[in-house]
Design a binder for this molecule. Structure first.
Ligand code: PLP
Length: 376
């Protein structure tokens, strides 16, 4: 049986005619940069997210960088960020000479732990970056309550959670639309993705929206007049055309991912060495990844090998927390100070998850996971 971690091929067969037609329009009109396809997609995404401004850009990493630049963060400003995330979140903080303040995550949701955020705030804190990891929202009410009225910006990294909905006691909205600014990636494996690199930044604040546009466009408002130091970060029209073809499918695809997750949950429910992913009461889950926690590292690594031997792809997201990466080591951050992210990196395993998995494929994954735990 052939199973993929992400199946772009089957999805392409479903949307092929639409994608080809939209890409052809761009090819015929040669409006490759800043063409109508980009404007159309930005408005469609703004409507879908119910957000005032969407600024498209070249990738999710740029989205975070442009957000931090547009907010005027200065070298030495502290930015609180989870220790368990994709490196891009912390990389841009380092590149801008800001100071990353790494905090631990919640063991159940894998998202930033608001209690640790509270401990980490200082007079130098200028921003907090909750990452909506693996497809569900971080505890935004708690993060917003801690930062509001203190001049601290909240930059949501929604690269893995587009389409998830946050429904807190105080705040509601799509992932990325609750904080000061939201960032996302359209990297091909993301839930909403293009056929190359792409990203977007969103905000409910029109003045900030203007600044984001300016920074992403070399710092110019008017052609060849540069008011700020900016970057060149554009979503190109061909990618926007692909995204417009895919956006209408997103909710149904996310629903299908939830169905797959339910099958996995049921299949693993009686395996005591596995903890299946739990959804927080304040968020829907769009299962960018279906990530289990295995009792210990040797069982996790054994399961990974067993699945690979059965042709079942599986990935450890992430094998090292940020504080243990060579490029980001700092004596302040040790395994014992960040025990949850340290432990997660030793015990998590992500299984195949996409909207086109068949029942036979999910059953095959379940059977083989079960087979492994019968033997150990
Ligand atoms: C949580 C997170 N943040 C940021 C990024 C960066 O996005 P990109 O690869 O488009 O630069 C990614 C994905 O790659 C991600 O998963």
């Amino acid at each position: 049986m052939q199973i993929k971690m992400v199946d772009l091929e089957t999805q392409f067969r479903v949307i092929e005619a639409e994608v080809r037609q939209r890409m052809n329009e761009v090819l015929e009109t040669t409006t490759f940069i800043n063409g109508p396809a980009v404007k159309n997609f930005s408005s469609e995404l703004a409507r879908y997210l119910d957000v005032k401004c969407v600024v498209p850009c070249a990738n999710g990493t740029d989205a975070l960088q442009v957000a931090m630049m547009a907010l005027g963060l200065q070298p030495g400003d502290e930015v609180v960020v989870p220790d368990f995330t994709y490196i891009a979140t912390v990389e841009v903080i380092a590149l801008l000479r800001l100071t990353p303040v790494l905090v631990d995550v919640d063991p159940i949701t894998f998202n930033i732990d608001p209690n640790r955020v509270a401990d980490a705030l200082s007079p130098k804190t200028k921003a907090v970056v909750p990452v909506h990891l693996f497809g569900q929202c971080a505890d935004m009410d708690a993060v917003m309550d801690l930062t509001e009225n203190r001049g601290i910006f909240v930059i949501e990294d929604a690269a893995q959670a587009v389409g998830a909905r946050y429904s807190g006691q105080k705040r509601q909205g799509m992932a990325g639309t609750i904080g000061t600014v939201g960032c996302t990636s359209f990297y091909p494996s993301k839930n909403l993705s293009c056929y190359g690199d792409g990203g977007a930044i969103f905000t409910q604040d029109p003045a900030l929206g203007k600044d984001l546009e300016t920074v992403a466009n070399h710092g110019q408002n008017r052609r060849y007049y540069f008011d700020k130091v900016g970057v060149n970060s554009r979503l190109d029209s061909l990618q926007a055309a692909v995204l417009s073809a895919k956006l209408p499918l997103l909710d149904a695809e996310n629903e299908k991912r939830r169905t797959v997750a339910k099958t996995y949950d049921a299949g693993f429910a009686d395996i005591p060495q596995i903890r299946t992913p739990q959804t927080a009461p304040f968020s829907t889950h769009v299962y960018h990844q279906y990530t289990i926690v295995v009792e210990n590292q040797s069982l996790r690594d054994g399961l990974s090998q067993h699945l690979s031997s059965k042709n079942i792809p599986n990935v450890i997201f992430y094998p090292l927390p940020v504080h243990a990466q060579n490029a980001y080591k700092n004596p302040k951050y040790t395994d014992d100070k960040l025990p949850v992210s340290t432990r997660l990196s030793q015990t998590v395993l992500s299984l195949p998850m996409h909207a086109y998995l068949t029942d036979a494929q999910t059953s095959y994954v379940v059977e083989n996971v079960r087979e492994y735990f019968k033997k150990v």
